[in-house]
Design a binder for this molecule. Structure first.
Ligand code: 13P
Ligand code: SF4
Length: 329
């Protein structure tokens, strides 16, 4: 196999033998190659089920930093695989489909971000992990939705801070901490399109349901929510809560683990405003399939490469985040 076999598809489009048992074949390949599969909560249920570890973006980074596997297959999107490579440059990191990008990371190109920083030279730069490796090299400390508030609050109340790239998460943290961070004007197309009207309609059908929302959602959605948190925090909240019904405003993949951990509870995906579909999926996340995962492990492609110089600079703010996340809140 040659790297060119990936072009222009971004994944190995090799037919899989009809009689193959994908689940056991993936498990065998994984064992034979000392590989580990890390999956984000937004992956399909079958990928979550076969993964060695499922988690939010902070947990995936922590696992990538600590694993002794030779190969990491990151079932998520590009910035997550890049972060794994930055933290474990000696390991080979793969993603089943290279086209799995992120509209939020794309909303912050490194050259424009550099100009933005130059306009605020006395500011500390805090960037969400949903950024390219190049943006991370311009950053003082990386955050995820799990630790963003806490890391921002570790700076003095009058600290001058740039927060990028998610304006909704930035606005949310400003509102709960009383800070006045300068925000980059980026957003996630999935979380931005939840419909307030449709959520309120759902709430009238399920009056007992609690509304759970990811902080990448617009402020109108966050205002009507009973709880705001990262995917991991939403999962933990729903599991501990005495309530039995939840309307969930984040990518619908999280419902798989919510139902798994809480078979007696009802989880209703919050609908987007622009489709007849009842749930909201990240089309990038859903590019990864079991077939692509199988081919990825078998042929060891597509591989993630990050320039050594970029790794050397980008690892500093990522490691800083991991260090600051060690003690429990
Ligand atoms: P978390 O994994 O931090 O909850 O973020 C969600 C997300 O948008 C990942 O792309
Ligand atoms: Fe990016 Fe949004 Fe998809 Fe997360 S859900 S990977 S932020 S586009």
């Amino acid at each position: 196999m040659d790297k060119n076999d990936l072009k222009p598809a971004g994944f190995l489009d090799i037919p899989i033998p009809r009689d193959i048992d994908l689940i056991s074949s993936i498990k065998e390949l994984k064992k034979a190659k000392n590989a580990i599969i890390l999956a984000h909560y937004y992956q399909t249920g079958e990928i979550q089920d076969i993964a060695d570890f499922i988690g939010d973006s902070l947990a995936l980074a922590q696992w990538a930093a600590g694993t002794d596997a030779d190969i990491i297959v990151l079932c998520g999107v590009g910035f997550m695989a890049e972060t794994a490579k930055i933290l474990s440059p000696q390991k080979r990191v793969f993603v089943p489909d290279l086209n799995a990008g992120c509209s939020l990371a794309d909303s912050c190109p490194a050259d424009r971000f550099k100009e933005f920083i130059e306009q605020h030279l006395d500011h500390t730069v805090i960037s969400y992990v949903n950024t390219s490796a190049a943006v991370k090299t311009l950053t003082d400390v990386v955050v995820t939705s799990t630790n963003a508030r806490r890391i921002v609050e570790s700076f003095p109340p009058d600290a001058k801070i740039i927060f990028a790239p998610d304006r909704n998460l930035g606005n949310y943290i400003n509102s709960v901490t009383g800070r006045n961070m300068v925000l980059w004007d980026g957003a996630c197309h999935v979380h931005e399109r939840f419909s307030l009207e449709k959520i309120l309609e759902l709430k009238s059908v399920y009056p007992e349901a609690l509304i759970l929302a990811h902080p990448e959602c617009k402020s109108a959605i966050l205002t009507i929510s009973n709880f705001v948190g990262s995917t991991q925090a939403l999962l933990e909240y729903a599991t501990k809560s005495a309530a039995k019904e939840f309307i969930v405003a984040t990518e619908s993949g999280i419902l798989h683990e919510m139902k798994e951990k809480n078979p007696d509870k009802v989880f209703i995906p919050a609908p987007p405003n622009d489709s007849t579909c009842a749930c909201n999926e990240c089309s990038f996340m859903k590019l990864n399939t079991m077939e692509k995962l199988y081919n990825c492990l078998k042929y060891e492609m597509p591989e993630i490469f990050v320039d050594e110089d970029i790794i050397r600079k980008a690892v500093l703010p990522v490691r800083k985040m991991l260090e600051m996340s060690k003690t429990k809140q």
